[in-house]
Structure formats: C-alpha cells, structure tokens
Design a protein around this ligand. Structure first.
Ligand code: GLN
Length: 492
C-alpha cells in the first residue's frame, strides 16, 4: 500500500474520494509519522490526536452516508491540517510560542480555522512559532526551536517554522501560518515548500493573536501551488468579525494539470531585490526560474521599486509600535499567566518582565519608544509616510506588469545561533519579504532550486491586491514543468 503521508493534499483528496483510503487511515498514518519524526524536528507545540481521530471518524461517516444517499460533501473532507499556534482553536491551548500563554485555552476559534473545519479538515496539532511571531528562525519560541528537515543543524525559518517544517517533512500535507513581515514566505523558502501570504484583508484575522495589526495576514503552506490554492479558497473571504476584511468576490482558481502556458503574462523583475550580499546561488536560481517563466510564454521586463531599501527600517518601527500596543493586554490580569504580588505595579512588572522572552521585550521597548510623546512624529509618523511611498511603488509597478518576481530571502536556511546574538542580522533576513506586508499585496513563495549544501532556494511572486489567482496560476505553470517542489528531505 502507498505511504499515505507522501500524498499531496490533492492526491490525498483523490484517495479519499476513490475509497483507496479512509480519513482515519490517513490521520493515523500522519500521527504515526509525527510520533516518529517529531523528536528530531519539534515542529509542534501541542498535538491533538484525540481531536483529529474523532474528526476523521466523523468525516468517514459523512462520506459513507454520502455514498449511500448522495448530496454534497464538504470540499476538503477528512484531510489533515496543522495550525500555527498563533491561531485560536476553541478548547485547545494557544501559546503563541510564549510562556505567558502557556495555559491559555481560547474559548473561540479563528475564522480561518473555523472555515477549514467547515470544509471538513482534521486538525492534528498546533505548530511551533517564534514568540508572538517575532522572529525569522523559531529560535525565539519559549518551547525550543524547530529544526529544518533538510538539515537538522539549520533553522526552518520563521516565524511559522513549525508549520513549514511539518509540511516539508510530510507530517501534514497542509498547514496554516501567519505572515506579518515574511513569516510564511521565508520558512516556505527555507524548507522547500510553497507558501502564500494573501492580500491584507483577504483572509479574516479574527482569532489570530495580534502582532502588527496593519500587517498581519493568515496564510497557508502546501507542497504545491495547487494545494495552497485549495486551502486558501476555503478560508478566504469577508468576515464581519474582522473590520479589515474585504467583501470582494474570490476569482475562480482553476489549475488544470496541463495548464502551463503563461502567454501574455507580464512579469517584472526589480533591480532593488538583487542587491549586494545576496548569496550568489540564490540569485542564480531565481534568475534561472525567471528564464523558465519566459519559456512558458511570460513577458519579462525590469521594473523599479525605488523605496525598497526603506522597508526594513519602516517595518521595524511600525511592527514593534503596533506590537507594543497589542501586547499591553498580557499583564497577568486580563490575559496570561500571573506572577503574584501584593502591589499592582510590581505584579505587572514581574509578570511581563519574567514571562516574555528577550525579543518580545526588545520589540515592546522599541515600539513604546517610537510611539512616545516627542518621538511619535519623528519615528512612527515618518515611517507611515514612507510606507505610503512603498505602497505607491507597487501601484506604479503594477500599471506596467502583472506580477513581480524576486528572491524570498538573501540566503538559504542559516545555522542555529548564526544570528541569535545579533538582532540586526536577523532583521536583515526579512529585507525582501517586508515590502509586500507594508503594501498589503499578496506574495507566493515556492522552491526553485538547491544550494551546494542541498538546502532549498525559494523565490516569490508578488501580485496586485486581491490577485492571488494570478500568483497561483504562474507558480502552478512553473511546477508543471519543473520538479523542485517534488523533492523531499531524507530524514532517515
Ligand atoms: N521576521 C519578522 C519579524 O520578526 C516577520 C515575522 C512575521 O512575519 N511574523 O517581525
């Protein structure tokens, strides 16, 4: 019998439909593989095997009834899903990678997760993340880092490193992540899989624990563009519980097997993304992929995003500023663990001082400073103005081209500890992913090669607001004619 854990989401869906396997069999195979590989990888913070088996049994019953009586089935019925531990699932603890939420059990479920449950998916666990999604390596998780399935001495990227490692290691065919400054695309790239950061406003943030509210987005991981599109189409769309979610129709995403022509598609290549310091193997692989797009019929031309170099300082003012406000609620009284004291100020100080990790405290301090009286205009206010210029760069570029092609990160997955003592070096990892968050545009990362150490190289396509369909179409066409996305880490 085939190893069910090796199936893509779409293949697993077909196997369930044809009766080749049941959801219980698929879920058990998944849980067994997790049990075997999790000690090496540490992709999860919390596993939910009972819940998963119960949901899988229900899915099988529903399918059996459907075979007898017909009707309609939920589109992703019985397929396992891993969820980043920053998204709430009612009744299952949600730590956000932080000690302060070690025992937090949310009473409600995030809309994105809820919609996938309604679509029939089976939740197998909550995946590891940098504390409050602040980081690019999962080294900031209070529960220990996740390892890169391609090389256990290297980071999987972050902050959604647990989700990316899980999909790459075939512990789940699909996973949810969040992307505030690159946290889906960068780990997807480091782990050799496909990951989407949707348009800001496309997927509800309700039930996502807030980091930088004007930047946060809920994205998805899979091994193929097709798989990510399946998950995305089910969770996208208007939600009255998120005031920033947009009531716009979702264009049909039809990715046929033989659909590999990109005739007429205009792809822009920004010089500002091929800067000094980029690992030459990364640049070469991305440039080769761009040539492949041309061979598929796309028209490739240079395009300019002149304010790109300001994205890093702008993001590292705006994101910490928003984080400092969002994290004020974890004070030991309203949310989170409490270190008791007979004096209220001391209670706040002890709780927040001891329960938050170093990076979270650094961001709160940076953000509080940037927002403080006398500095607000010079830092936060100025950053907002430059953010508008960055957004305008994209608007102007998308008047000339349909998509923008760029590397995801300047290097492949780095080693543990390589950047841990140098926050600035860690922040520099985000230089190519931050602009899309500042502009609110969607981005899709997917593998386009390997470096000489057999570590995956990713590239990203960015598109105009609400044109995820174009990203999927282009990446799918590329994946129809290449096999980077089919390579698997050996892990033996
Ligand atoms: N690495 C970036 C940060 O630390 C982005 C994280 C994210 O997208 N959540 O803020």
């Amino acid at each position: 019998m085939t190893d069910l854990t090796q199936l893509t989401l779409r293949q697993a869906h077909q196997a369930l439909e044809s009766g080749e396997c049941s959801s219980l069999e698929l879920t058990r195979a998944t849980l067994e593989r997790i049990e075997r590989l999790e000690p090496k990888l540490h992709a999860f913070i919390t596993l939910t095997p009972e819940l998963a088996l119960e949901q899988a049994a229900q899915a099988d019953q529903l399918r059996a009834r459907w075979r007898r009586e017909g009707g309609e089935l939920p589109p992703l019925l019985g397929l396992p899903l891993a969820v980043k531990d920053l998204l709430c699932l009612a009744g299952v603890r949600c730590t956000c990678g932080s000690r302060i939420l070690e025992n937090f059990i949310p009473p409600y479920t995030a809309t994105s997760v809820e919609r996938l449950l309604t679509a029939g998916m089976v939740v197998i666990g909550k995946t590891n993340t940098d504390e409050y999604a602040m980081g690019s390596s999962t080294e900031n998780s209070a529960y220990g880092p996740t390892r890169n399935p391609w090389n256990l001495r290297h980071v999987p990227g972050g902050s959604s490193g647990g989700s990316a490692a899980a999909v790459s290691a075939r512990l789940a065919a699909a996973a949810l992540g969040t992307d505030t400054g690159g946290s889906v695309r960068q780990p997807a790239s480091f782990c050799g899989i496909t990951g989407l950061k949707p348009t800001y406003g496309r997927v509800s943030r309700y039930g996502l624990v807030a980091y930088g509210s004007s930047l946060d987005s809920v994205g998805a991981f899979g091994r193929t563009a097709q798989d990510v599109a399946l998950v995305f189409s089910q969770m996208a769309g208007y939600d009255r519980r998120d005031a920033t979610s947009m009531d716009l129709p979702l264009p049909a995403i039809q990715l046929e097997d033989d659909d590999s022509s990109l005739a007429g598609l205009r792809i822009g290549v920004p010089d500002e993304y091929f800067i000094q310091g980029i690992q030459p193997e990364v640049e070469n692989a991305v440039r080769r992929a761009i040539v492949s797009f041309e061979a598929l019929g796309a028209f490739v031309s240079p395009v300019s995003l002149p304010h790109t170099e300001y994205a890093l300082p702008v993001y590292y003012l705006i994101a910490p500023a928003e984080a400092s406000a969002n994290l004020a609620r974890y004070d030991g009284i309203r949310f989170g663990a409490r270190l008791d004291s007979d004096n209220i100020l001391d209670l706040f100080t002890r709780t927040r001082g001891q329960m938050f990790g170093a990076e979270v405290k650094r961001r709160i301090m940076l953000g509080t400073y940037a927002l403080s009286a006398g500095y607000y205009d010079a830092y936060y206010g100025q950053a907002q103005k430059v953010r508008t210029l960055i957004k305008r760069d994209f608007e102007q570029a998308f008047e000339k081209v349909d998509l923008i092609a760029a590397p995801v990160a300047p290097s492949t997955a780095f080693r543990f500890d390589e950047h841990l003592d140098d926050p600035l070096a860690m922040y520099l990892e985000d230089v190519f992913t931050l602009p899309a968050n500042l502009a609110g545009v969607p981005g899709l990362a997917f593998p386009v090669g390997f470096d000489s150490n057999n570590l995956p190289i990713g590239m990203q396509l960015m598109g105009p607001h609400f044109r995820e369909d174009l990203l999927f179409r282009a990446a799918h066409a590329y994946q129809q004619t290449t096999d980077w996305h089919q390579r698997a880490p050996s892990l033996s």
